[in-house]
Design a protein around this ligand. Structure first.
Ligand code: EPU
Length: 430
């Protein structure tokens, strides 16, 4: 049984959509507010179910949390050490960020395996390894405890993991130590967290590059305010929908510099794009000329093509490729993130699965009547199915069954698509 059903009628899009604050930036920032023995105001927060989980976790630590519009106030003055309950930790991957903030604030943490979208294996070995490199004692297998004194160290990450980089930054920032991270993640969300930690008085240099240097010290409590960056993945999803449905769509309140790989792709495919300081306007994606698909796309850590934009891009390519002009898409971050393809094939897409990727060859003309009953397997795959459904033959109706994945990462997706002419309606079916 599924919780929701999205009904999507293929429609032409036109208009403007405002982009919300970034899910992947706000979640570690909310976790980091635990470090500040005072009040933090986090502005431009999206309304997402993953944020509700982070707020519930903050409350279990005894933080006072208040939401006013897009602003969340966290008063962590009276926070006390707790072990995050398993049923909360298992609700989202970002609960792992509390490992970093709990060690930063209390010198210890206890956690269980986090939840989140199933994108293939998502181990936590690197998180555990860096705790040890920071001089902390790590015990347990199922329920892991971390405690001890942080030491000066240089850490070379075997992979530029976003979550691991964030945890090291939080722990090092609040302890008397000097820590250098090599091969650090460079995502804009890392920079946003560094801005917040710096507002707390932390000394962090190099965020956004492969080497981050943190000169930690105990942080004096202070009232701080931080603004969450716009969600580049949400912006990309609306742009991709606009491109493939041949529409005039403008995404506003975004940072185009955070989407340069996607904008280059759309431009090279033949889209007419106008890029401003905080907006991207797409002038007729597919109508006047057939888009030229690329030969190859590889999702890799930032600044390369992002894994989170991969599923909507695959949905777009499933329509505009052909046997003569196929595209191979691979994902080196989450090689198993291709569950979407099964659903696209049900819709009539000609897709060949590869190891860690797929080859898209457009639509099958010999397909039996394509199915319009689809399953959202994870957050980005669910949103990608909405994109694919919107650009079916005009008037076609698809039903996407979803277990709450989409609302984890897209604020008001049906309302936002409706604003730009997309007929998307959401029904609670359970
Ligand atoms: N990895 C390990 N061991 C670890 C940690 C990570 O092998 O201890 C692997 C992962 O399995 C994956 C790769 O390293 O293959 C990258 O994972 P990373 O740690 O960078 O990802 P994350 O911090 O768990 C964040 C986002 C994801 C986004 C990735 C990559 C949040 C809450 N999540 O996850 O967002 O895909 O970075 O950019 O920030 C999404 O929004 O749909 C989403 C999944």
């Amino acid at each position: 049984m599924y919780k929701y059903r999205y009904e999507v009628t293929a429609s032409k899009l036109s208009g403007c959509v405002d982009i919300s604050g970034s899910k992947n930036a706000v979640l570690p920032i909310l976790a980091a507010t635990l470090i500040n023995k005072s009040v933090s105001y986090v502005d431009n927060c999206p309304s997402l179910s993953d944020l509700d989980v982070a707020i519930d976790i903050l409350k279990t630590y005894g933080c006072a949390v208040e939401k006013t519009g897009k602003s969340i106030m966290v008063d962590a003055t009276k926070a006390t050490y707790v072990s995050v309950p398993k049923q909360l930790a298992s609700k989202c991957r970002a609960s792992l960020a509390f490992l970093g903030s709990s060690v930063a604030r209390f010198g210890m943490a206890e956690f269980t395996l986090p939840g989140g979208c199933v994108l293939g294996p998502r181990p936590i070995d690197m998180h555990v390894d860096v705790m040890r490199l920071l001089g902390l004692e790590v015990m347990g297998l199922d329920r892991i405890t971390v405690q001890g004194k942080v030491i000066d160290t240089n850490i070379l990450l075997p992979y530029p993991s976003v979550g691991v980089t964030e945890n090291i930054m939080m722990i090092a920032a609040a302890n008397n130590c000097s820590v250098r991270i090599k091969n650090a993640a460079k995502e804009p969300e890392i920079v946003n967290l560094a801005v917040y930690l710096s507002a707390l008085g932390a000394d962090i240099k190099g965020a956004g590059t492969g080497t981050i240097v943190i000169k930690g010290h105990s942080l004096t409590p202070r009232n701080v305010r931080i603004c969450v960056i716009p969600d580049r993945i949400e912006a990309a999803t609306y742009l991709i929908a606009g491109a493939v449905s041949g529409s005039n769509v403008t995404v506003r309140k975004c940072l185009p510099g955070h989407m340069s790989k996607l904008l280059t792709l759309l431009y090279n495919m033949g889209c007419n794009i106008d890029v401003g300081k905080d907006y991207v306007r797409l002038v007729q994606g597919r109508l006047d000329k057939k888009l030229k698909p690329p030969l190859f796309i590889e999702a890799k850590p930032y600044p390369c093509f992002p894994t989170d934009m991969q599923p909507p891009t695959v949905a777009m390519l499933s329509v505009i490729t052909s046997k003569k002009n196929p595209t191979v898409v691979t994902d080196t971050v989450f090689p198993g993130r291709f569950a979407l393809c099964t659903e696209l094939m049900k819709m009539g897409a000609d897709i060949h699965m590869l190891k860690g990727g797929c080859m898209l060859e457009g639509l099958r003309f010999d397909a039996p009547v394509p199915s319009k009953e689809l399953i959202s397997h994870d957050l980005r795959a669910g949103a990608a199915l909405i994109v694919a459904s919107l650009c079916c033959d005009e008037g076609a109706v698809c039903h996407i069954y979803d277990n709450g994945f989409i609302e984890r990462g897209y604020e008001n997706i049906s309302e936002k698509f409706s604003q730009i002419g997309g007929k998307v309606s959401l029904k609670l079916i359970q």
